[in-house]
Design a binder for this molecule. Structure first.
Ligand code: ATP
Ligand code: MG
Length: 584
């Protein structure tokens, strides 16, 4: 079933790809024309051999002796210009198509839902954007080149050979299928080896990148020897596959030449038979042989076309599949400038996949603007899932969520998310300056005073000040140059500057040293002030101060109340509290 669907879509893929070339049809037409000229000049080159031999050497015709060199230069000039136009024009179209495809893919990445990212790894997505797009353009360019230019060249040369001598052409034509078959077989082997080389290259890069990223683990676990052995294995495999390819390459060329020479030997034998010698001049003979050898190269490329196309089709499929992913549903129409911040969940249920189990069931609670609600519960009980429904990273499978009495599914996505700041367990920083990281998401500039004020309230100013370049310090990829606590404080400063009525806080489980902890604690208190806060709490102090505590278990709410109420009740919360905080 899937196979048939794929076969059918190959045609659609071509059509779709062609639609990207359409805007450049004028250049494309010029390219085709120059290919025609090129094919003509190739034939002319074989053809000029006849007057060159007969006229110049045999008959010593002064006119021909004078004009042959000029004609040769002329042919090469035309051929060169045609070649340049073809290569440049095709390259120009291909680069434009690649850029368009990349832009579309990147735009799509910006609008894809969280569920899409759950299912794909960043490595896969990157390779689509980097390699697959190139491969599509590569294959398409090659296909056009071979289908048009090489085919025309072959036709031109063959026509010339038939014109020179029909019988000899027929003999040559008989060897063509053998050469074709052989080249086809060899390229099939190439394809198989190339695939395993690709895979083993993947292994090499995979194994080494694991060591590069996990260098701390490798060191602490003392697993250098183990990793070295693992790498040696993939490295050896890669070398063996490469050698297979080199061996195939090294034998294929001589074998093809041998077959060609067999054909040549037959031609020479026949051409020098007494009956033949009467009709065939030296010029005809040399011209014929030249054409015969010139046919080999385009013929070789023609037989390789299919494998190239297959790779291109696979890549195009991967690119277009990504482009066809449905973007986040944004069907809400209602505007919301700034919410007050009342939040109500009403019998909310959720599952990540239609056929997976329910992660949330019958979740109902309500908080007023400015209040803090804390979610506690075992790992995997659904806390992160619950809060990620609020910015509509996922949509509830049942029930509704309201902000200020408006169902959030009625709101425009942009307006909804404008109301919410997110401070996560894993802080994501961008490879930019501290100032730009704090002001991230603000269109246009933000005055430095406001950034500094936010940094101060987030207790980040203490350490920023001490950095040699202050706010202009580059933080490195994902803030690698900062400590965990410093990163968190930058995230808090970012949320403070954004100043949204609603705040979602997924507290870090790992506690920091008491000094940093104290800083972050009071930074968070600054941030939570006069904001509706949903906090997934691990710190006792946060939980104690919350206006409402929701205790989760296995996707359900099992208890709600204040700290004291729940302790008095002596059930789930009291138990959790005893387990988690007994040492405090
Ligand atoms: N993207 C996802 N796709 C499918 N299932 C998921 C996804 N994220 C979480 N889950 C599942 O949903 C359940 C709830 O996960 P969730 O992350 O909400 O728990 P949590 O209460 O936040 O746990 P923790 O305290 O460890 O952060 C878990 O069983 C988890 O396996
Ligand atoms: Mg969580």
């Amino acid at each position: 079933m899937k196979q048939i669907a794929n076969e059918m879509s190959a045609v659609q893929l071509y059509k779709r790809l062609l639609s990207y070339v359409k805007p450049y049809w004028l250049v494309f037409a010029a390219v085709i024309l120059s290919m025609l000229v090129y094919a003509g000049s190739e034939t002319a080159m074989a053809a000029i051999m006849k007057p060159l031999m007969d006229g110049s050497f045999v008959e010593k015709d002064p006119f021909i002796i004078k004009w042959i060199p000029v004609a040769l230069i002329g042919i090469f000039l035309v051929r060169g210009v045609a070649n340049f136009l073809t290569t440049y024009g095709l390259g120009w179209i291909a680069r434009n198509v690649i850029m368009t495809l990349r832009t579309e893919m990147f735009d799509r990445l910006l609008t894809l839902p969280a569920s899409f990212y759950d299912k794909s790894t960043s490595g896969q997505l990157m390779s689509k954007l980097l390699y697959d797009v190139e491969q599509v353009a590569d294959a398409a360019t090659d296909a056009i080149l071979v289908l048009v230019r090489d085919t025309l060249t072959i036709v031109g040369l063959l026509a010339w050979m038939v014109y020179l001598n029909g019988l000899l052409s027929l003999i040559i034509l008989l060897t063509v299928p053998f050469i074709g078959l052989l080249v086809y077989k060899i390229s099939a082997r190439f394809r198989r080896i190339s695939k395993t080389i690709q895979d083993s290259m993947g292994d090499v890069s995979h194994t080494s990148s694991e060591v590069i990223e996990g260098h701390r683990e490798v060191k602490t676990f003392g697993s250098q020897h183990y990793e070295a052995k693992r790498f040696d294995k993939v490295n050896q495999l890669n070398r063996r596959q490469r050698m297979k390819k080199i061996a195939t390459e090294a034998t294929s060329q001589p074998i093809i030449e041998l077959i060609a020479v067999l054909g040549l030997a037959v031609v020479i034998y026949l051409a020098t038979l007494p009956q033949m010698l009467e009709q065939i001049t030296v010029g005809t003979f040399i011209s014929f042989i030249t054409a015969m050898f010139m046919i080999l190269t385009p013929l070789k490329r023609l037989t390789k076309l299919n494998s190239k196309l297959q790779a291109g089709i696979a890549a195009a499929d991967s690119v277009f599949t990504m482009l066809d992913q449905k973007p986040e549903a944004d069907t809400g129409t209602q505007h919301l400038d700034r919410a007050r911040g009342d939040i109500r969940y009403q019998q909310v249920g959720f599952q990540y996949d239609e056929n997976s189990r329910k992660v949330l069931e019958d979740i109902s609670f309500e908080i007023k603007a400015g209040q803090t609600i804390a979610f506690v519960g075992q790992s995997g009980s659904g806390k992160t899932t619950l809060v990620s429904l609020l910015p509509r990273f996922y949509s509830p499978t049942s029930g509704q969520i309201f902000i200020d009495e408006t169902d959030i599914s009625q709101l425009r996505l942009l307006d909804l998310r404008k109301q919410i700041s997110l401070v996560n367990q894993q802080v994501i920083l961008f490879n930019d300056t501290i100032a730009n990281n704090i002001a991230y998401g603000h269109q246009g500039g933000v005055e430095e005073e406001r950034i500094i004020a936010a940094a101060k309230a987030a207790h980040a100013w203490e350490f920023i000040q001490k950095l040699p370049q202050g706010l202009q310090t580059q933080v490195g990829q994902n803030g690698i140059l900062l400590s965990g606590g410093q990163r968190q404080r930058l995230a808090i400063a970012r949320a403070l500057l954004r100043d949204t009525p609603i705040l979602i806080l997924d507290e870090a489980t790992a506690s920091l040293d008491s000094e940093a902890e104290r800083h972050i604690q009071s930074a968070l208190e600054n941030l939570m002030q006069s904001r509706t806060t949903l906090v997934i709490a691990h710190r006792l102090s946060t939980i104690e101060k919350a206006d409402l505590i929701v205790v989760m278990h296995d996707g359900h709410i099992v208890e709600t109340g204040t700290h004291q109420q729940l302790l008095d009740k002596g059930q789930h919360y009291a138990e959790l509290h005893r387990l988690q905080f007994q040492q405090h």
